[in-house]
Each structure stands twice: as structure tokens, then as C-alpha cells.
Design a protein around this ligand. Structure first.
Ligand code: SF4
Length: 289
């Protein structure tokens, strides 16, 4: 849950989640739609699917949680950062988890752009210094917390920072932004077409062509075109972000009792299905028509 999400946002979801699925075994038996419903609103839904797939794999192997980097990396959704974090947190292995927070600390200490630093090499080269106190799990966590609370992305607390005498960023007169990758890609424009019937239901499908929302319930979504939208009523245009994508959405609707192929009617209010925030926003905009 904490990948790309702050603790305060994830905490209520985490508490609900572990209450319902307190063990790996109980989670491995869960249905995907129930997991998605619990995750609803947290975003980055692939994490939920990967978590479920991972628990199923582990429970099939008699609850053998991997013990090394290579085996962790074979599990769905486990990349370099998570594999290292798990090795440090579970087994106290001498690993650092280079998330955005930790990368920022080193980038500022060295006064180098993040994409010019080889973090793997950096950890290897300095391992005797980093891990000499043999509190590897605490160290991995401390780096993450230090980046989140002291060496913050905006307004770092340099004056009370214990590293300031060795920090090139603090000593430099020009405290430039060292982040190399722009978090958001270029904005993309989409047209959304909603069929609504008299019972205040909307036609939705899971077989849509929108790669980043595949398998979720959506109305008709197409890349914006200049073609005249005959028979469609324009409602409004608005902005929406999903993961690192910025979208401009143009919303059209029409009242119809005919449902397109592969669609199903879903209620605009009190919907019991898992509905991503992209679609929920559309519900909200249409509900007073
Ligand atoms: S002195 Fe400032 S920029 Fe440097 S590590 Fe500390 S908090 Fe980060």
C-alpha cells in the first residue's frame, strides 16, 4: 500500500484490510472483487492484484516466503525496491531500499541529479560504513523516514539535519531541484460517452481499450477526436490524474435504453461493485441529470 502512497492515506485501508484478512492464508483464499472493493479509492489497483497473486503463489508453496533477492523478484509486483525492503525488514539483511525519499537524500548529499547516480553501486561501495552497526532493518527504515520527515521534497529541514555539515546541497548557494524525472507525463485528451437509461443506470464495460484502466468498469472512452459528436450531449470537461498520467476528459451523455455490446447496466447510486475513482467521478457528474 505504501508504494506511491503516504502513510496517513494508507493507514485506514491497511487497518480494514488486516481486520478482514489477518493471515496470509485468509488473504490467499480471497476473491479478487472483494480485495478490489477494500482497495477502492486507494488507487494503483495493480498493487492489490499483485498482492493477491503473490499470496496465492506463497500459499501454494506451503507458505515458503522467499529468502533471497532473486526469488522475491519472481513474485508479481516485486521490483528492486520492494525486494530490498523485504530482505531488510524480514531478515535484517544489509540492504537499502531506494525509494523516492532515499534517492532524494543521496542526490542532495552528493549534489547530483538522481538519474546520474547508480544507487546499487553506491550501496555496494559504502556497505561497510552503512551496515557496521548490524541494525540493518532499522537502518533501511531510518533512511526512508529521514527522507519523508527531514530531507523532505519541499522545504527540507536542513537547519536541524545531522548531515548538514556533509551535505553539498545545504552548502551550495543555488539549491536547485535535483529531481530528474518529471513526475507527470504530458496531458492526454479523452472523450467519454455515457449511455444512461431512465432508471438512472449507466452502461459500463470491462473490455475497454484504455491500457491503464483495462479490466475496470468504464463507459465508452476514446482518444479525443475533432469529429462531430452527433446525438451526444456535451456535459463538461475536467482534469483527472491516474498514477503519473494527467488526463483532460470531455464528458458526453445520451439517454438510451439500448446498451452497446459487451456492456452492462450499473446503478449510478449505491453501486456495490468495485468502481475506480475515474468512473466514480463520472457517476458524480451525471447523477443530477
Ligand atoms: S542538510 Fe538538508 S538537504 Fe542535506 S541531507 Fe540534510 S535535510 Fe537533506
Amino acid at each position: 500500500m505504501l508504494q506511491q502512497t503516504q502513510v496517513k492515506t494508507a493507514l485506514p485501508y491497511f487497518n480494514k484490510f488486516v481486520k478482514k484478512y489477518p493471515t496470509l492464508k485468509s488473504l490467499s483464499k480471497a476473491k479478487e472483487k472483494d480485495i478490489m472493493k477494500l482497495w477502492e479509492g486507494l488507487g494503483y489497483y495493480r498493487r492489490a492484484k499483485n498482492l493477491l497473486a503473490t499470496t496465492k503463489i506463497i500459499s501454494k508453496s506451503k507458505n515458503n516466503i522467499p529468502k533471497n533477492y532473486e526469488d522475491f523478484k519472481k513474485l508479481p509486483g516485486i521490483g528492486d525496491y520492494t525486494a530490498n525492503a523485504l530482505l531488510a525488514f524480514i531478515y535484517d539483511k544489509p540492504r537499502l531500499a531506494f525509494d523516492g525519499n532515499v534517492k532524494r537524500i543521496f542526490s542532495r548529499l552528493l549534489y547530483k541529479k538522481e538519474d546520474t547516480i547508480n544507487f546499487k553501486k553506491l550501496a555496494e561501495k559504502n556497505k561497510d560504513n552503512f551496515f557496521k552497526f548490524k541494525r540493518n532493518s532499522d537502518l533501511a527504515e531510518a533512511f526512508i523516514e529521514f527522507g519523508a520527515l527531514i530531507c523532505k521534497s519541499k522545504n527540507p529541514e536542513c537547519l536541524r539535519c545531522p548531515l548538514k555539515n556533509n551535505c553539498k546541497y545545504f552548502k551550495s548557494s543555488k539549491q536547485i531541484n535535483l529531481k530528474s524525472i518529471n513526475k507527470f507525463n504530458k496531458e492526454k485528451d479523452y472523450d467519454i460517452f455515457c449511455h444512461i437509461n431512465k432508471k438512472k443506470q449507466i452502461a459500463l464495460t470491462k473490455s475497454n481499450q484504455i491500457g491503464f484502466l483495462k479490466t475496470f468498469f468504464l463507459p465508452v472512452v476514446k482518444e479525443k477526436s475533432k469529429k462531430k459528436k452527433q446525438d451526444w450531449n456535451y456535459l463538461e470537461s475536467y482534469k483527472h490524474s491516474i498514477s503519473n498520467k494527467r488526463l483532460k476528459l470531455n464528458l458526453y451523455y445520451k439517454f438510451s435504453n439500448q446498451i452497446p455490446r459487451n456492456f452492462q447496466w450499473q446503478p449510478l447510486k449505491n453501486n456495490k461493485e468495485f468502481i475506480p475513482s475515474f468512473t466514480k467521478k463520472i457517476f458524480y457528474k451525471l447523477r443530477n441529470l
